[in-house]
Design a protein around this ligand. Structure first.
Ligand SMILES: [Zn+2]
Length: 243
């Protein structure tokens, strides 16, 4: 996380952040397909920030529809927005995605500055830094939705499957990634189908690991947070949910 160029101490920055979020607090038990409340923090386009898991999911779905139908708006990039963002951020979704250059969350969901908190690791692999980054978005920025985003033709998943099949040892830090994808490998499939099935299985696995995190689970139970698994298809540019 980059540090603000200001001389603010961590504690004062934390206070500022909380102050900036006043009005965006979510109501316990608000999990429902309802619209964000009128008190939600306004976004640069004047629309309220999605304040419920369902509203956040709708916003991402709408953005992906624009992307895949070539009706992108590239929102929230203007100079005015850049200036407004100096004073704080109110992202409405965490996207935990792969590092793949073809699956940039802001592009495939057609979102802009201040909309998404993105965390990326090869194959969406979790480690302490990734977990801490997701938790920061949920607990400190009060974000109501986490999307675990896998994708078609994932090189990290391919490498993990290949390494298991051949017994070949990968360079150390890449082997670390492969070792963490390995439990998701779908042995019911062969060849390319195995890789594709493992992409989905890895999404499910990471999603359930996040959902069982002690800091996050109570929010899910209270309806203040949803963690969903999804895949991006390079062929169609569609993001769809992985159940
Ligand atoms: Zn990938």
């Amino acid at each position: 996380m980059s540090q603000s160029p200001s001389a603010a101490t961590p504690s004062s920055r934390r206070t500022l952040l909380r102050t900036a979020l006043t009005g965006a607090a979510l109501t316990a038990g608000s999990w429902a397909w309802d619209l964000p409340s009128a008190s939600a923090t306004p976004r640069p386009n004047g629309k309220p920030r999605p304040a419920t898991p369902a509203a956040a999911l709708r916003e991402l779905n709408a953005g992906n529809l624009r992307w895949r139908t070539r009706h992108e708006r590239h929102p929230h990039e203007s100079l005015a927005v850049r200036r407004e963002m100096v004073s704080g951020q109110h992202p409405f979704a965490v996207v935990l995605g792969c590092i793949d250059s073809r699956v940039a969350p802001e592009l495939v969901f057609d979102q802009g500055l201040g909309d998404l908190l993105t965390v990326r690791s090869a194959g969406e692999v979790l480690d302490e830094a990734v977990l801490g980054s997701v938790a920061y978005g949920v607990l400190e920025l009060d974000i109501p939705l986490v999307v675990v985003l896998g994708h078609q033709s994932c090189g990290a998943v391919s490498a993990a499957v290949h390494a298991e099949q051949t017994g070949e040892r990968l360079p150390a830090h890449i082997q670390y990634i492969a070792d963490r994808i390995k439990p998701a490998i779908d042995h019911a499939q062969e060849g390319a189908a195995r890789i594709d099935a493992t992409v989905s299985a890895q999404v499910r696995r990471v999603r359930s690991q996040l959902a069982s995190e002690p800091d996050l689970a109570p929010r899910i139970g209270a309806g203040r947070l949803a963690i969903v698994g999804a895949r991006y298809e390079l062929t169609s540019q569609l993001v769809h949910q992985v159940d």
